[in-house]
Design a protein around this ligand. Structure first.
Ligand SMILES: [Zn+2]
Length: 548
């Protein structure tokens, strides 16, 4: 017998037995117990319950089982054994609860009870669909919020309508489907045991920091700030009427400001390496659409083999500090950063805790969460983003005051989703729609900008510094704000000395920024006029590779 026929025949046998079970159920309870032993029924119900509970945790598994292959490059740390074991424990607890309910319903079979179970099962259906959406999103199969909610509501109504009329038949079909999904339990529990046994606590650790150079260059101090997904149009052209951005407006009135600046790529992973190197890193003939493709690309690029702004400024005796997220800065540039802190994008891996007890209660709640939303207000992911904000600001204050750090590279995780900030109250408890959330995050971006400037003015470094503000890409969520989108990003530059406002209206490809700053460090650009002249010459270049 060929190997593939074994599981097929097994599945057929199970379905035949379930069909027998269904037919038997249509007879009297006494006939059922005589046909199938109670022990067999219990085992079968246990298998169905386990499969159901396992599927409910699809959202967790889609994150946990991604710690190899493409997504490993984006991870801050591997999931701990406690994270895996707590999930397995949660599943066993949920499976036990399901088994108790099923066993109880067998003894008290009635149409009213079937319908009560039907309504209750809609919640589990919603949890599984939410997990499915997360898993699809990882493969870049994005479904618009309204489409998804409408589709799920229609499916739930159809499910209830069918179940209301034919509950026994519907439950039979569900049981067959759950039995078919049973092998997924072997995958998840098998992976759990293997990951726990093979756990390496030192994997994915950052490189040790580079020693601080005693005779480092500190002048001109260079501060390059990239606000993630900072949308030029919404920040400066079509700003929502009730949104005030005083810090950005003040800076725009004092800096060289571009009106037609374009980032190298449409997202963080494609843009950031090219901004750091001034070089087109990707093969334009290859499509980079799904998250997997992006992660695979990021893992494949020879970033350490081409000069980056970090290599070139380190060679010029700058002590470098990096504050970033999403890109594994701490692992990618060994022996270059005197100081580095970075965070992964909040997901199940980072936002539901690291210890067994934390995960045990947070994960089941997270199954009901999506985006900013959660059953008890904010989602865990949004709360994690708030934690990142406060950790980042605390570290940022130290870095800004440490004048021995001559080059600061700040890749700020705002106004990129998630959006925990409420601009109307100043609290970090927002859990509304993404468009409104993005507007709130624009306000938070302005607050961060204001705090950075205040700190630098207090310690006397603002006037002496070169400051560049831009974004790695515009915001896809602009569509949620006013239905429009625009690829332009802000580009604002100041050189040491008194404010010298200027408007740069020609097209500017921000991929040239690294080379511009290198020219500033080398003293070739010292005034705004010189910067304008350089940008007129080089701003439309498709790339400006850095030379060592
Ligand atoms: Zn980004």
């Amino acid at each position: 017998m060929t190997a593939w026929r074994v599981p097929l025949l097994s599945a057929v046998t199970i379905i035949e037995r379930l069909e027998m079970d269904r037919e038997t159920a249509m007879n009297t309870a006494a006939e059922e117990t005589s046909a199938i032993s109670r022990k067999t029924v219990l085992m079968r119900d246990a298998a169905v319950s386990l499969s159901l509970a396992n599927l409910c945790f699809l959202k967790v598994w889609s994150a946990y089982l991604s710690d190899y292959g493409e997504f490993r490059v984006l991870m801050r740390k591997l999931p701990t054994p406690a994270q895996y074991l707590s999930t397995a424990t949660d599943i066993l607890i949920l499976a036990a609860l399901c088994l108790v309910c099923i066993s109880w319903s067998r003894r008290r079979s009635s149409l009213a009870l079937d319908r009560a179970f039907l309504i209750a099962s809609v919640l589990l259906l919603g949890i599984i669909l939410n997990g499915l959406r997360t898993a699809l999103a990882a493969s870049n199969i994005w479904i618009a919020n309204r489409t998804w909610v409408g589709g799920c509501a229609a499916l739930a109504l159809f499910y209830v309508a069918v179940g209301w009329k034919w509950p026994a038949r519907l439950f039979f079909i569900i049981r067959v489907a759950l039995v078919c999904c049973l092998p997924f339990c072997a995958v998840t529990f098998g992976q759990t045991l293997w990951r726990v046994a093979a756990y390496d606590g030192h994997a994915l650790e950052d490189s040790p920091p580079a020693p601080m150079l005693a005779d480092a260059r500190t002048s001109p101090r260079i501060v390059w700030i990239i606000f993630d997904a900072w949308d030029y149009r919404l920040a400066f052209v079509n700003r929502p009427r009730d949104l005030e951005l005083p810090a950005a407006d003040r800076i725009r009135a004092e800096f060289l400001s571009a009106t037609d600046a374009h980032s190298p790529g449409p997202n963080t992973i494609l843009s950031m390496p090219e901004l750091m190197t001034g070089r087109i890193m990707r093969d334009p003939s290859k499509k980079q659409e799904s998250n997997e493709q992006h992660a695979r690309y990021l893992a494949s690029i020879p970033l350490r083999k081409v000069p980056s702004i970090f290599d070139t400024l380190h060679e010029r005796a700058y002590n470098i500090s990096v504050i970033g997220w999403h890109i594994p800065y701490g692992r990618w540039f060994p022996a270059l950063f005197a100081d580095c802190i970075w965070w992964a994008v909040p997901t199940e891996l980072t936002s539901t805790g690291r210890t067994f007890s934390e995960c045990l209660w947070r994960k089941p709640i997270s199954l009901l969460e999506t985006g900013n939303y959660g059953p008890f207000g904010q989602s865990r992911d949004a709360r994690r983003k708030t934690e990142i904000y406060f950790e980042m600001m605390a570290h940022l204050r130290q870095v800004l005051d440490n004048q021995a750090l001559g080059f600061l590279f700040l890749h700020i995780p705002f106004p990129h989703p998630l959006h925990p900030y409420d601009r109307l109250t100043g609290r970090f408890d927002f859990h509304g729609p993404p468009g409104e959330g993005y507007v709130n995050s624009l306000a938070l971006t302005d607050k961060i900008l204001s705090d950075i400037r205040d700190q630098m003015e207090r310690n006397g470094s603002w006037d002496k510094s070169v400051v560049v503000l831009s974004a790695d890409h515009s915001s896809p969520q602009a569509v949620d704000v006013d239905g429009k989108s625009d690829p332009r990003v802000p580009f604002l530059l100041k050189l040491p000395g008194k404010p010298h406002p200027a408007v740069f209206t020609s097209r500017l490809n921000t991929i040239v920024t690294a080379n511009l700053l290198l020219n500033v460090a080398d003293g070739k650009i010292a005034t705004t006029e010189q910067a304008c002249f350089w940008l007129q010459e080089h701003g439309q270049d498709l790339e400006e590779p850095l030379q060592p």
